[in-house]
Write a protein that binds this ligand. Structure first.
Ligand code: E4P
Length: 242
């Protein structure tokens, strides 16, 4: 399962890229507004620091406006994925943009029927919002399970991108259910590393080690790493470099 990072904050993206865990980025108008910078500059900036897919959402809600904005957003960088809302006109725009060779992420999906329509509209990604479904008392992850099953049954190629992620559990369940991508807020990504027993175990190892008085590196050992080169990690396809 690919990890996208759900933020428009370039500094946070740069920090997390260095973990080697990030395969792409998603934004939406609310995240752009929260960040406060110009949208086109923000998207170009994010695309400059990593080559993974970067979702940029249209703000028009009519077909012509969405296609026009979508073409413009796609012209900003090769790795832009145009995000359109799951409405009738949004899916018409999706089909048109897909015919133009532009990757499309259909967002605001809350039902199986909507996910079926998005696949028929040639969406590259469908974004079901699990957290917002949970907020209404439904179980968002059940929708993921059903979409993965339905796309599998019919051989549909649209990737299931789990969005509106609120917890580590959401990420774990997304992976167990066979989702293709999970877009994760930076805070949740960092929580994925954590387990109380890991911290406790490490403290105990360090205390026992200190008692030995040993050091793994012999005295006077000279580092073999070239410190002038910062270690830069990226996804296995090598799409990240600074
Ligand atoms: C990502 O593509 C979505 O826009 C985002 O995950 C929505 O998350 P929220 O429901 O926490 O706003």
């Amino acid at each position: 399962m690919k990890f996208f990072i759900d933020t428009a904050d370039k500094n946070k993206i740069m920090d997390l890229m260095s973990t080697g865990m990030i395969d792409g980025v998603t934004t939406n108008p609310s995240l752009i507004a929260k960040n406060g910078d110009d949208m086109a500059e923000t998207i170009k900036g994010i695309c400059n620091i990593q080559n993974g897919p970067v979702s940029a959402e249209v703000t028009a809600i009519d077909y012509d406006g969405m296609v026009e904005e979508g073409e413009y957003l796609a012209s900003l960088a090769d790795n832009v994925v145009v995000k359109v809302p799951l409405t009738q006109e949004g899916l018409m725009a999706c089909k048109t943009l897909a015919r133009l060779g532009i990757n499309v992420n259909v967002t605001l999906c809350f039902s199986l029927g909507q996910a079926l329509l998005a696949a028929k509209a040639d969406a590259t990604y469908i974004s079901p919002f699990v957290g917002r479904l949970d907020d209404t008392g439904e179980n968002g992850m059940e929708l993921i399970r059903d979409i993965v099953k339905m796309y599998g049954l019919h051989g549909l190629h649209t990737e299931v991108l789990v969005a509106s992620v609120r917890s580590v559990k959401h990420v774990e369940q997304a992976a167990l259910l066979g989702a293709d991508v999970c877009t994760i807020p930076p805070k949740i990504l960092l929580e994925l590393y954590e387990h109380p027993l890991t911290g406790k175990g490490l403290d105990a190892f360090m205390a026992d080690w200190a008692n030995t008085g040993q050091s793994i590196l012999p005295q006077g050992h000279r580092g073999m790493r070239d410190e002038s080169k910062r270690l830069v990690l990226g996804p296995d396809d090598g799409s990240f470099a600074i």
